[in-house]
Structure formats: structure tokens, C-alpha cells
Ligand binder design. Sequence first.
Ligand code: CTP
Length: 399
Amino acid sequence: MFPRGREVILGVGGGISAYKSADLLRRLQDHGFLITVIPTRSSQNFVGSATWAALSGRPVHDDLWSDVHSIAHIDLAKRADLIIIAPTTADLLARIASGRADDLLTNVLLATTSPILLVPAMHTEMWQNAATQANVEMIRSRGITVLEPDVGRMTGEDVGAGRYPESAKIISAVEDILDHKADLRGVKVLVTAGGTREPIDPVRYLGNLSSGKQGYAVAYAAAVRGAQVTLVAANSAEPAIEGVEIIPVTTAQQMYEAVSARFDQCDVLVMSAAVADAKPSHESDEKLAKANYLSIELTPTVDILKTLSSFKDEQIMIGFAAQTGDDGIEKAREKYAAKKLDFIYLNDVSGGAIFGQERTSGLILDGKSVVAEIHECSKVTLAHKLLDLAHDKLGLPNE
Ligand code: CTP
């Protein structure tokens, strides 16, 4: 089970099996990945850029010099959740081992902090050559996954090790890399998502732009890691998540009641929801006429995190601060302190940024420091980062 919308860069090396990466690309898309293909120059003797553009539905970058103004390789390297190179030729292995940056693909590899999966495919003799094996060993020692090639019929009559594996085997390696182990098994995670709506009259409400995507991403990521997850969701159109109990609510008060009823049994509370800070003092039973609609008296809603913080025991509490000004860090720290949080995620939402989108960027803070800088990534990736922090703070063992 993979979250949808994760970004993969598929590098294609110059081997006869490059055509097999067309099937791999399709299978990755079936699993919800968004693919950007970077073919090497030599691979285009086997499969041309037009094929990759058509299959991926995206422009194909193959040249360091075409998009110089946008520093394409740095941008691509930052965006990817995973980089796969299939096939990886003996020459690519040698270039990667020695840290060369002589084409777009090797530049991206040097610039990325994302996980990398190499799928070598070449003649048996080349694969078994001492130079290739030494390169593989060196690359693996740097934390890059290098898949063992399959054994079988090669181009021509030869039989041996070096074949491009079935797509299913590559996808299973992707699963191992991206899907975290069940390191939150037995942990109770309570998450809120979406934006509350505070009724004005039967047809109108005060609301906000939150889509619920971030909270759903946290619930999904926690469930994948084996946690027992309850998601209190306000007005989100996101689809249900297998294995996650979803409690739909509408207003801040309902969210407060749902969360406070479960707070003392939870180990981690992640308040991703955008809770309205105020509600109309009177909810009219009748639709308000124009004349009565020019001003609405407001009353503060309950501050859920602040209220629960006084009952806080061992729970890890994570809050979000969506800010628009230059004083974001200061404001986030104030919220961190006032709500007795363990971590707070600060993102800049000027001009409606982040809300409703698949990706996010910001800072995770605690009282003293910036715990992590989150470069633009999927909301699921941020979710895993927050859960990693909760996992460590709970003192749980690594799997
Ligand atoms: N929050 C909450 N209850 C509220 C309002 C917010 O629990 N009534 C939570 C949010 O879910 C979020 C954190 O508090 O995790 C910060 O929310 P934010 O709206 O940024 O903070 P406020 O304290 O409401 O501050 P302000 O709106 O004045 O910036």
C-alpha cells in the first residue's frame, strides 16, 4: 500500500533493457507515483525521450544545459521522494561510485538527500567484473540500495546473472525503502484533520480553506507503521483510510468533544486541523436576510490543544502553525509554549499556499531549536518525519 502522489525520478541508463523501464514506469503509476524521467544520452539509442514524455505525461529532462535558469537538477533532486535508476549500467555504477557529475542524472544524484534505488542490468561478465563489484560495494556503503540483478537468459545466447528484474521485484524494493517498518505497533495515535465550520444560519458558516490532506497523511503514515489510529475529521473530502477509525465532526466544539474523550488513552496527538478561533454568538434557525447579515457577533471557540495541555500526562502533542508574516518562528514558539507542545510544524501559508495542495514545506520546531527543515515534499513525507520524532520521544525501539 503506497500513498498516492509521491514523486519518483526514474533515471534510465543506456542498456538494451531500457525498454523494460517503460513497464516499470506504468507499474509505478499504478501505485500512485508521479514520475519524472531522466534518460542518459546513451539510453536514447535504445528508447527515445518521446516515449518517456508520452508515458510519464511530463516533459523529459536529459540535459544539464537546457533549463539553466531554473537550476533544474537541484529543483528535481529536492522534489523527489525516491530516485530509481533502471537499468543502471556498469558505466553508471562507475560514475556514481566516483562521485562524477557529468550529466543531468549524476548531478541529480549528488544533489539529492532522497533515497536512491539502483537496478543494475548488464552482461554477466561485466556484472561479475571486480571493478563493477568494487563499485557496487562502495555505493552500498553510502546507504544507496543496489538491487541484485536476476539470473537468466541475456541478450543473445548467454545465460547468467545480470538480467533486469521483473517490475514486481523492483516495486517490492521500493516498498521496503519507502514504507517504514511497523515501528509504531501498539501506539495509539489521535489525529485531527480538516477545517471546522461554525454555523451562522442553516445555509452559511464561518470556515477556512483546510482540505484535510495533511491530517489524512498523518493518519495514513501512522497506520502504515502499525499504530492504532483515530482520525477526527472536519469537513474533508479525502477518502477513507483502511484500518483508520474516522470520526466526522463539523464544528470546533464537536472536535473538542471527540478529541477530549479520547485524549487520555492516546500516546500521540497530532492537531493538523484548522480549528476556527471564533464562532457566531447566535446560530440563527432561519436564514438571515441581507439586512441582518452585515455584522455577526462572534464568541471564541475552545482552544483544544491549550485546554488538553493541562490534562497532559505522557502524551506527545504536535501542533501546526500556519503563518503569513515574517514573525512566523516567533509566533510558532509562542503557540508551542502556550499549548505545552512537544513539536510544532510551521508553514508559510501566504497567498493560500499549502492549503489543498499535495506538497508542503516548513520548519519543525521545539522550544529551543529548529528540529528539522522540511524542503518541499509530499504531506506523507512530512507525516513520517513528525512520527519519527514522536517515536523517538516515546523512547520506542527502532525495528
Ligand atoms: N488549535 C486548537 N484549538 C483552536 C485553535 C487551534 O487546538 N481553537 C490548534 C491547531 O490545530 C494547531 C495549533 O492549535 O495545531 C495552532 O493553531 P493556530 O490557529 O495557528 O493557533 P491559534 O492558537 O488559534 O493562534 P492564532 O489563530 O491567534 O494565530
